[in-house]
Design a protein around this ligand. Structure first.
Ligand SMILES: Cc1cc2nc3c(=O)[nH]c(=O)nc-3n(C[C@H](O)[C@H](O)[C@H](O)COP(=O)(O)O)c2cc1C
Length: 199
C-alpha cells in the first residue's frame, strides 16, 4: 500500500475541493492518504479583506514529514502564471531534504486552478515540475487514458500535465464533474504508480 500526501494551498477553496477529489482517487487505489496544507503567509487583514477562506480544516504540513511518503501530490492556485508564493515558500524550506537526497525516487504530481481559461494552468504545472525534478522526484501527470481530457462539449480544466479547474474571475465557479473526475483519476493513477515503485 502506498502512503500518499496531498499537499495544497488554497485561498478560496477550489484547490481544497480538488485536493479531496485527488485523495478519493488515491484511496480508491488502496493508498493511505493524508491531506495537509502549507501555511498562509498573507497578513491576516489583507486575507480577510480579500475574502480568503481561513477556516480550512486540513492540518499544516511539516517539511520534515515529506520523506515519510511514497508520493506527494501538490495543489496550488495559479498566481501570475506560476505557483502561489505560499507553496514556493514551503518548497524553499526543503533544502535539507535535497542535500540528503531524501525525496529522490518518490513520485510527485501537481494540480492547479486559474480564474480564466488561458490563465496559465499548464505554465504553473510545468514550472512546478522543475522543482520536483530538482528534488529527484518522478513526475506523474494525468494521462490521456482519462477520457475527460478530450472533452469538447464545455469549457473545462485538465491536461496531461495534471488535473485543474477554473474558478472564474470572481471565484464563483466551482470545480465541474469532469474536473473532479480528472482529479480522482490523477490521484488513483499516482497511487498505482507509487505502489508499483514501493513494492
Ligand atoms: C495575486 C493573484 C494572482 C492571480 N493570477 C492569476 C493568473 O495568472 N491567471 C489566472 O487565470 N488566475 C489568476 N488568479 C486567480 C486564481 O488563480 C484563482 O483565484 C484561484 O485559482 C482559485 O483557487 P483557490 O480557490 O484554491 O484559491 C490570481 C489570483 C490572485 C489573488
Amino acid at each position: 500500500m502506498a502512503k500518499i500526501l496531498v499537499l495544497y494551498y488554497s485561498a478560496y477553496g477550489h484547490i481544497e475541493t480538488m485536493a479531496h477529489a485527488i485523495s478519493e482517487g488515491a484511496r480508491a487505489a488502496g493508498a493511505e492518504v493524508a491531506i495537509k496544507r502549507v501555511p498562509e503567509l498573507v497578513p491576516e487583514m489583507i486575507a480577510h479583506q480579500a475574502g480568503y477562506h481561513l477556516d480550512q480544516s486540513a492540518p499544516i504540513a511539516m517539511v520534515e514529514e515529506l520523506p515519510t511518503y511514497d508520493a506527494i501530490i501538490f495543489g496550488t492556485p495559479t498566481r501570475y502564471g506560476m505557483m502561489a508564493a505560499q507553496m514556493k515558500n514551503f518548497l524553499d524550506q526543503t533544502g535539507g531534504l535535497w542535500f540528503e537526497n531524501k525525496l529522490v525516487g518518490k513520485v510527485g504530481g501537481v494540480f492547479t486552478s486559474t480564474a480564466s481559461q488561458h490563465g496559465g494552468q499548464e505554465a504553473t504545472i510545468l514550472s512546478f515540475h522543475t522543482v520536483l525534478l530538482h528534488l529527484g522526484m518522478i513526475v506523474v501527470g494525468l494521462p490521456y487514458s482519462y477520457p475527460g481530457l478530450t472533452n469538447m462539449d464545455e469549457i473545462v480544466g485538465g491536461s496531461s500535465y495534471g488535473a485543474s479547474t477554473l474558478s472564474g474571475n470572481d471565484d464563483s465557479r466551482q470545480p465541474s464533474d469532469i474536473e473532479l473526475e480528472g482529479a480522482r483519476f490523477q490521484g488513483r493513477h499516482i497511487a498505482e504508480v507509487a505502489a508499483k515503485l514501493a513494492g
